[in-house]
Design a protein around this ligand. Structure first.
Ligand SMILES: NC(=O)c1ccc[n+]([C@@H]2O[C@H](COP(=O)([O-])OP(=O)(O)OC[C@H]3O[C@@H](n4cnc5c(N)ncnc54)[C@H](OP(=O)(O)O)[C@@H]3O)[C@@H](O)[C@H]2O)c1
Length: 246
């Protein structure tokens, strides 16, 4: 018999890869979403609406929701507070490599959310990964209407497949709480220009690529490789696998 698991963000890019894996493992899985749908519990982590009911009786919470704005701290605080009221579920949190070294507002909220998880008094596990393939592709796809697309000069990424991350999260959700587990990166460290050209090739788009070298601490940190974990290149799916839909 599997566990009773709540997945926040279960409708998102990562969550929708995770939920079927958990269900296949015989877990009872509820997905927290602001919108009603099959297998979902309606709730909003920002306002708390529906969240107390959603966390009641669950053994594990895999927290994948992100508001994409500065609201992730509030959302995580609300989740932790309401979970504590109903018991001691294992809280599994997905985070990002380098959030403590890269000065990006979103990363500051991830770091603060990690601190809330660590200080929650609940059993917890945190996994940090590198950027998902989807995100790297999006940086170029949003520019596809332009005759020239920009790539960051001197910046490398180590993109990872959400399927690989989902597999690891499912493993962590099934196990005992483990604290901060080893970071997880994709199989290849590649320059942004190289990844941009790979995207354009796969999408059959002929575009000039311009290399940008923006000033500032954020890009300095990225150029220093603070977003990479070359010694933890454990993901299997490559960017080309992702682009070909494999
Ligand atoms: N993208 C990357 O490269 C990357 C890399 C490493 C780690 N991560 C982390 O992985 C996690 C998942 O990222 P993703 O790209 O899969 O996210 P995503 O596709 O943007 O999905 C966001 C999810 O959050 C939910 N959500 C948003 N606001 C909410 C609210 N107020 N209450 C409840 N749920 C809310 C959405 O659910 P509804 O819309 O259904 O309500 C949706 O399922 C995030 O924590 C992110 O920081 C991402």
């Amino acid at each position: 018999m599997g566990k009773s698991i709540l997945v926040t963000g279960g409708t998102g890019t990562l969550g929708s890869a995770l939920v079927p894996r958990l269900r296949a493992a015989d877990d009872t899985v509820a997905v927290l979403s602001r919108r009603p749908g099959d297998g979902r519990v309606v709730g909003d982590l920002r306002t708390r609406r529906g969240v107390a009911d959603a966390v009641a009786g669950v053994e594990v919470i895999v927290h994948c929701a992100t508001t994409g704005s500065g609201q992730d701290v509030t959302a995580t605080r609300n989740l932790v507070e309401l979970a504590r009221r109903v018991g001691r579920p294992h809280l599994v949190y997905i985070s990002i490599v380098g959030i403590d070294r890269i000065p990006l507002a979103y990363y500051r909220t991830k770091l603060e959310a990690e601190r809330l998880v660590i200080g929650s008094g609940l059993p917890w596990t945190i996994l940090r990964t590198t950027q998902f393939h989807d995100l790297i592709a999006k940086i170029t796809s949003v520019q596809r209407r332009s005759p020239v697309v920009a790539a960051l000069s001197g910046v490398r990424f180590q993109p990872i497949s959400v399927q690989d991350v989902a597999e690891r999260l499912a493993e962590l959700a099934a196990a005992e709480h483990a604290g901060r587990v080893p970071d997880m990166g994709g199989p290849q460290v590649r320059g942004h220009e190289d990844l941009t050209r790979a995207y354009l090739r796969a999408a059959d788009l002929r575009r000039a690529v311009v290399r940008l070298r923006p000033p500032g601490a954020l890009f300095r940190a990225l150029r220093s490789g603070a977003n990479l974990v070359p010694d933890r290149a454990v993901g299997r799916g490559t960017f080309e696998d992702f682009l070909s839909g494999a």
